[in-house]
Design a protein around this ligand. Structure first.
Ligand code: BES
Ligand code: MN
Ligand code: ZN
Length: 499
């Protein structure tokens, strides 16, 4: 995607489409007001007629506007003027993109960047614009024989600037956004593909393809035999019920000094979660194809890091397999010895994510991580706690949790710091093994994290539960690409490349 900046007045700008706005009070955005004046009050007349509400996310497309040089002008509702901040800005851009889906416009210029958006900068406003347009145009049609082919041919995204001096910040923002959109698209594609296509082998091939495309990434795939030699019995216990081979994917990116310790990202890659012998109920089970969204997000983030050639070291580790019931599947009550030597009583085979993650985390110690972050669609309890809005962040380091949470705010892909503690640990007690893999219904998202914490001893570690944020259900069912923006932002900040 190409991008450009402009300081010309909206009414003078030749374009396929301009984005301007109107607040709930009827106040026009800077560019809408300028167009209104140039066109002899055309927007004000529409407003008086009652055609423009100003409600956040509402939009109207105007065409054949006199005294302007754009083919289309989308007027988006901006909500309350006092409340117009980053989330509102992003929602407005998304609404505008929604309004032009299917239109044959070759470019779009966002003039909402001239508004006073609370707590942000030209860099972020440009980034949100390019991200908003890019992600708004996402379509998943790979698995349809009848394609709607409504692709919008937008090849250029413009951003209006108040000040020419902001140009270099803006172009950095656009460049970063481009990589984030690519990474989110990849994560969404992997999430949306069904489990009969997106198998552990398919995920491994995706990682190998990225390594072919970027010489800075080295990928290694470990087979079940290799995992057996490493004594990854906890991970392997999850794949017992399926004939589909499990894989451990390792991707290493070296953009920093050779001796600098890497950020290690571990992503849950359950390509389908039936629950195993502790079988899940039927309705909605199809959505368990999304149980590899943690893996998809860390692989996507790796792609963004390589595209941006960030001056840091990043390692991705993805344990991936299916969780199916069969005559060879793991039974409730079975006890396994994890790679760390700790024994686990598997009281519920549906709590499988932690069983594959713990061995992957133990394996990842060999990379001497500066920090380790695991990302997983781990618990239904997390969805109950935070809904679909925020990612749960648990950590054995308050500093790390804080920087992840603040990266989430900057990227507008937010998380919420949740506690850990001995009380939760107690819930995992087992009569027969070192501990059990479940801790009861209460505080389920936290006891899952408490389980993982037992494998993070001595590491600076955080756990992201993305069960609520990685995909949407209902008529808009689909992967969201989250938390790619949060993770990428965290790494951009670590690399020191955000202005
Ligand atoms: N993949 C699920 C978590 C999940 C459930 C994500 C619903 C999104 C929506 C995970 O493997 C799981 O089944 N967790 C169990 C844990 C329980 C058995 C302790 C759960 O949350 O029910
Ligand atoms: Mn499960
Ligand atoms: Zn699962």
């Amino acid at each position: 995607m190409d991008y450009f900046t402009t300081t010309s007045a909206a009414s003078r700008r030749a374009s396929g489409c301009l984005i301007v706005g109107i607040y709930e009070s009827g106040k026009l955005s800077v560019a809408a007001a300028e167009i209104d004046t140039a066109s002899g009050g055309a927007i004000t007349r529409l407003r008086k007629r009652g055609d423009l509400s100003g409600e956040l996310g509402e939009s109207r497309m105007l065409t054949f506007m006199e005294q302007t040089r754009a083919d289309r002008i989308v007027v988006v509702g901006l909500g309350r003027h006092e409340k117009f901040g980053v989330p509102e800005f992003r929602q407005a851009v998304a609404a505008a993109v929604h309004a032009i889906r299917g239109c044959k416009t070759q470019d779009v210029v966002n003039y909402l960047t001239l508004e006073d958006v609370k707590g942000t900068s030209a860099y972020y406003l440009t980034r949100y614009t390019v991200e908003g347009v890019g992600t708004g145009l996402y379509d998943f049609e790979q698995t349809k024989s009848i394609r709607r082919n409504i692709k919008t041919p937008i090849g250029k995204i413009g951003v209006a600037l108040k000040d020419r001096g902001d140009q270099s910040e803006a172009s950095t923002g656009a460049h970063h956004a481009d990589a984030i959109v690519f990474a989110m698209d990849l994560a969404k594609d992997l999430g949306n593909l069904p489990a009969n296509i997106c198998t552990p082998t398919y995920l491994a091939q995706t990682a190998e393809r990225l390594a072919r495309q970027h010489s800075s990434i080295k990928t290694q795939i470990l087979s079940e035999a290799a995992m057996k030699r490493l004594k990854m019995n906890s991970l392997l216990s999850v794949t017992n019920g399926t004939v589909e081979p499990a894989k451990l994917i390792v991707m290493q990116y070296k953009g920093g000094a050779a001796r600098e310790k890497p950020v290690v990202l571990v992503g849950k890659g359950i390509t389908f979660d039936t629950g195993g012998i502790s079988l899940k109920p039927g309705p909605g089970m199809d959505e368990m194809k999304y149980d590899m969204c943690g893996a998809a997000s860390v692989i996507g983030t790796m792609a963004a890091v390589a595209k941006l050639k960030l001056p840091i070291n990043v390692t991705v580790v993805v344990p991936t397999c299916e969780n199916l019931p069969s005559g060879t599947a793991t039974r409730p009550g079975d006890i396994v010895t994890s790679m760390s030597g700790q024994t686990i009583e598997i009281l519920n085979t549906d709590a499988e994510g932690r069983l594959i993650l713990c061995d992957a985390m133990t394996y990842a110690r060999r990379f001497k991580p500066a920090v380790m972050i695991d990302v997983a669609t781990l618990t239904g309890a997390c969805v109950i706690a935070l809904g679909h809005h925020l990612t749960a962040v648990m950590s054995n380091s308050d500093d790390l949790a804080r920087s992840i949470a603040s990266a989430g705010i900057a990227a507008d892909d937010r998380g919420w710091h949740m506690p850990l503690g001995d009380e939760y640990d107690q819930q995992l007690k087992s009569n027969f093994a070192d501990f059990a893999n479940i801790g009861g219904r209460e505080g389920g998202a936290i006891t899952a994290a408490a389980f993982l914490a037992k494998f993070a001893e001595g590491l600076t570690w955080a756990h992201l539960d993305i069960a609520g944020t990685a995909w949407r259900s209902g008529s808009k069912k689909g992967a969201t690409g989250r938390p790619v923006p949060m993770l990428t932002e965290f790494l951009l900040q670590r690399a020191g490349v955000t202005p």
